[in-house]
Design a protein around this ligand. Structure first.
Ligand code: BV8
Length: 235
């Protein structure tokens, strides 16, 4: 019997105990700034420096040496390293904590804060510094066209074909630290339920909890290592 095929979906909750704010908790990002002002293509066209300021502040957090992957990121990286079956970690997060923890079979469906893209030549560059409307593209040298390599609301998420193929063949779907309110990610569980075992790991019930076979409550740094331990023991 081959090892089950696993798809894991993570959201901002998995990075919360590393010190990064979530989006929809009471102290979350969308409690302080409106999506329409900083996370849509229209916002960028209207006031690019305001959008750059929003992402520059979040990118600066990732450069802070105090920001480290937590036990949940590390447990998923350990699973990635030892799981003999198919495994795909799909994250909605734009932070780099999964990669820094060691996850390799990883897709950032909403892009990555530590990358920048030229709106003119579409080249994508690793990027840890601030961006501004005066930043030239390293490839085409144009200024005024560099943007964060993140997926804004109304834009097409990345790698959807690969994600859909993984969902089609998965036996286990685990959603960790996501409120299940942003599509198409929030729709993944409905795609697989009934033919895959579905598990939600969260601090509390979410919009989609009723769609899961099993929900486990608690902080990710406790629920994820325990769940990974069970999976490894089952090999
Ligand atoms: C799309 C990157 C077409 C940027 C993000 C009108 C026009 C166009 C589209 C739409 C529209 N109306 C609706 C839509 C669809 C829209 C959407 O879903 N809107 C919502 C608001 C209704 N979606 C889109 O626009 C997407 N594109 O639809 O294109 C299309 C359609 C079909 C198929 C293909 C294409 C693009 C959406 C991507 C937007 N970009 N991020 C940035 O980061 O600034 S979304 C943003 O929300 C982040 O990526 C974030 O990850 C994501 C989801 O949020 P969560 O991760 O779930 O975070 P949240 O704070 O909500 O929840 C945290 C959870 O953690 C909570 O449950 C909490 O309890 C838990 N938690 C907290 N602490 C812990 C914990 N759990 C465990 N342990 C803890 N310690």
């Amino acid at each position: 019997m081959s090892a089950p095929s696993i798809v894991i979906l993570t959201g901002a909750g998995i990075s919360r105990e590393s010190g990064l704010a979530t989006f929809r908790d009471a102290d979350g990002i969308w409690a302080k700034v409106r999506i329409e002002d900083v996370a849509t293509p229209e916002a960028f066209r209207r006031d690019p420096m305001r959008v750059h300021g929003f992402y520059n502040a979040r990118r600066a957090q990732l450069r802070d040496a105090a920001l480290q992957p937590n036990a949940a990121h590390l447990a998923l990286a350990e699973l990635d390293g030892c799981w003999p079956g198919d495994l795909l970690l799909v994250t909605q997060n734009v932070d780099d904590l999964h990669a820094r923890a060691g996850s390799r079979r990883l897709l950032h469906m909403h892009g990555e804060l530590m990358k920048a893209r030229c709106g003119r030549c579409e080249a994508v560059h690793p990027w840890a510094a601030d961006l501004s409307t005066g930043t030239p593209c390293p490839a085409c040298r144009q200024t005024g066209s560099m943007r964060p390599h993140v997926v804004w609301f109304g834009e097409m998420p990345l790698e959807l074909k690969q994600i859909s193929a993984a969902l089609d063949r998965c036996d286990l779907f685990v959603a960790i630290g996501t409120s299940g309110q942003v599509y198409p990610a929030a729709g993944f569980v409905a795609e697989v339920r009934g033919r895959a075992r579905t598990v939600e790991l969260n601090l509390e019930a979410t919009e989609g909890s009723r769609l899961f076979d099993e929900v486990r409550y608690g902080p990710a740094t406790q629920t994820v290592p325990a769940f990974v331990h069970e999976l490894v023991q089952s090999l």
